[in-house]
Design a protein around this ligand. Structure first.
Ligand SMILES: [Zn+2]
Ligand SMILES: [Zn+2]
Length: 248
């Protein structure tokens, strides 16, 4: 069993030349999952895998910085394929599905659309995916991926009120949003980097990857503020193209 995560996009809010919006590629043995499809992640995905081989797409919530590139996969796989491709699962909260269908009513011809919620579990390869409701102004699910004892946890977008203990408990890799810095005004539904550090420490996470980093900021400040509270934990800034192998 092998599991890895590649960062396809790590920018919060909008893409820049250096960072696409939120997105990750999770590989579990021969299964390939596209986790969040923010602007720019489709282009980056094609650098790392063959889109014909995708096993499924999973979206954490409806906000455009996490979803809009899903239509690129729709076009590539179904609207103009050389060879028609069978539908692959598209897992997302019901609210996200409703919004996507409003934009592209025929999306179900390309994807096997499957609503997810905290009472649903998904098996992919030998891994189990579970979902936790996050604190964000949209129906948002954090994602916990467990494979033979190795754990990846992804916060999606969230304020501090969510059940991070359930999401990130003993995670080998915790990808956490760090939209804000200590000098920022509080922004409902998002975390300061220092809060991401506190949460990682309280959850027993082993490695903290800060993501959803807004443009125009000195992200080293975010890293330093998170490291101050994440005592004894390896803290780093997500970088587009970065690949992390998980112990399995
Ligand atoms: Zn959001
Ligand atoms: Zn976002």
């Amino acid at each position: 069993m092998t599991m890895s995560l590649t960062v396809l996009g790590s920018s919060g809010m909008y893409a820049t030349p250096e960072r696409a919006c939120s997105g990750y590629l999770v590989e579990i043995d021969d299964q390939t999952l596209w986790l969040d499809a923010g602007a720019g992640t489709w282009r980056n995905l094609m650098r790392h895998t063959d889109f014909r081989e995708l096993s499924g797409v999973l979206l954490s919530h409806r906000h455009p910085d996490h979803t809009t590139d899903v239509f690129q996969a729709d076009h590539a796989r179904c609207a103009c394929p050389d060879v028609p491709m069978p539908p692959i699962p598209l897992w997302a909260p019901q609210e996200t599905i409703d919004r996507l269908l409003g934009f592209a009513p025929d999306l179900g011809e390309c994807f096997d659309i499957k609503p997810i919620s905290p009472i649903v579990e998904v098996e992919l390869g030998g891994a189990l995916l579970s979902f936790i409701t996050m604190a964000h102004p949209a129906e948002t699910l954090g994602i916990r991926i467990e494979s033979q004892g190795a754990v990846i946890a992804y916060s999606a977008d969230s304020g501090p009120e969510a059940n991070f203990g359930a999401l990130a408990r003993d995670a080998d890799l915790f990808i956490c949003e760090a939209t804000l810095q200590n000098s920022d005004e509080t922004w409902h539904g998002h975390l300061r980097a220092s809060q991401a550090g506190e949460i990682a420490a309280a959850s027993g996470a082993k490695r903290l990857l800060l993501s959803h980093l807004p443009p125009g900021r000195d992200h080293e400040i975010s890293r330093d503020e998170a490291q101050e509270t994440a005592v004894g934990i390896e803290v780093e800034l997500a970088q587009d193209g970065q690949r992390i192998e998980l112990p399995a």
